[in-house]
Design a protein. Structure first.
Length: 332
């Protein structure tokens, strides 16, 4: 039985695909050493700042046109679209979401909700989570995800009518906590339909590096594709339901690839790419691209708020498990 760990050990196939990907220059982007203002942490491990282990995401101007966006997506596994959405509208939406979470005691009393300054004391986590489950079912949130700038971009990107999966995730992360998203690629959770899905990760507010935004493993869409080919083989003997499950016996608990981010960069001899995300940015990523998050160490005590939603061509096969609203315990 191939465990995720042994996949990482044995991934010479993945490695060779990755090396050939990496030997091509990516979008002519310069390789600058990244110097984060804090030691970036994830799951108790510090990210290396060595220039061959940490770099910056390459930004793409939102007005470049869909052909360039598609080319960069294929080449890099992600496209970081700068200023696609209205900054003011995103900040308003941040204020709206946080004001609805505020009844849990999450915010510093007397502060503007759109700043998202976390209360210093305790708050009612259950109440906030229940409120979050209502918010992801709300008309306003649906409208935010389906706003014309998104629907037009995604129609053009998928080359037809885009479909937005109903299961849409919104996450808030408090400063000074150890919460971090383990390294994974999204297809693990979305295997029941087409592999031509695209994730949009949207910061709801500024998320500078110290606030623990997404980090991408450079060139890893080739690694994810090789891993998935391996899982397809290993899972072939399982029942249809198990085959597509992120929790089946061949996957790590939770379906993620690893919680040890520095170790992954070493194993694949690549870099984690970080960025200072701003309200209005949208990142599109491939379902094979490996990503994770670092912890929120906000200098000014701000809550990190973001949404991650998935689109595809409506005529491609749709994973029926994603046709329900997100619930915290839906085991997907
Ligand atoms: O926001 C996060 O921490 C995780 C998001 C994610 O996994 C995604 O956008 O696919
Ligand atoms: Fe993800």
């Amino acid at each position: 039985m191939a465990t995720v760990h042994s996949l990482l050990e044995l991934s010479t196939e993945a490695r060779s695909i990755w090396v050939s990907e990496m030997s091509r220059p990516i979008g002519g982007a310069q390789r600058l050493a990244a110097v984060p203002p804090v030691t970036l942490m994830a799951n108790g491990k510090a990210l290396s700042t060595a220039p061959n282990r940490l770099g910056y995401l390459a930004p793409t101007d939102a007005s470049v046109g869909v052909e360039t966006i598609r080319d960069r997506f294929a080449e890099q596994g992600y496209v970081w679209l700068k200023g696609l959405l209205s900054r003011g509208e995103v900040l308003d939406f941040r204020g709206w979401v946080l004001s609805h979470l505020a009844e849990s005691g999450l915010l510093q009393p007397g502060t503007d909700p759109s700043l998202g300054i976390a209360a210093t004391g305790t708050f009612d986590r259950q109440r906030a989570d229940r409120r979050l489950m209502s918010l992801v079912r709300s008309t306003a949130y649906e409208g935010f995800c389906a706003q014309p700038l998104m629907s037009r971009l995604m129609d053009a990107f998928v080359g037809g009518l885009s479909y937005l999966h109903k299961r849409k995730i919104m996450r808030f992360t408090l400063p000074g906590t150890t919460v971090a998203t383990p390294a994974h690629y999204d297809l693990v959770y979305l295997r029941g339909g087409t592999s031509r899905v695209v994730t949009a990760w949207i910061p709801i507010g500024d998320i500078p590096v110290d606030m623990g935004g997404l980090v991408y493993l450079e060139g890893s869409h080739a690694i994810g594709a090789a891993m998935e080919a391996r899982f397809a083989k290993d899972n072939a003997g399982l029942s249809a339901e198990e085959r597509i499950s992120a929790y089946n016996r061949n996957m790590a608990e939770g379906g993620w690839v690893s919680k040890d981010l520095p170790d992954m960069a070493d194993r694949f001899d690549t870099r984690w790419l970080i960025a200072d995300f701003e309200a209005g940015d949208v990142v599109l990523h491939s379902p094979y691209m490996i990503h994770a998050s670092t912890t929120n160490q906000s200098f000014d005590g701000r809550i990190r708020l973001s949404t991650d939603i998935r689109y595809q061509n409506v005529d491609d096969e749709i994973d029926a498990r994603w046709a329900n609203h997100w619930s915290l315990n839906d085991m997907l």
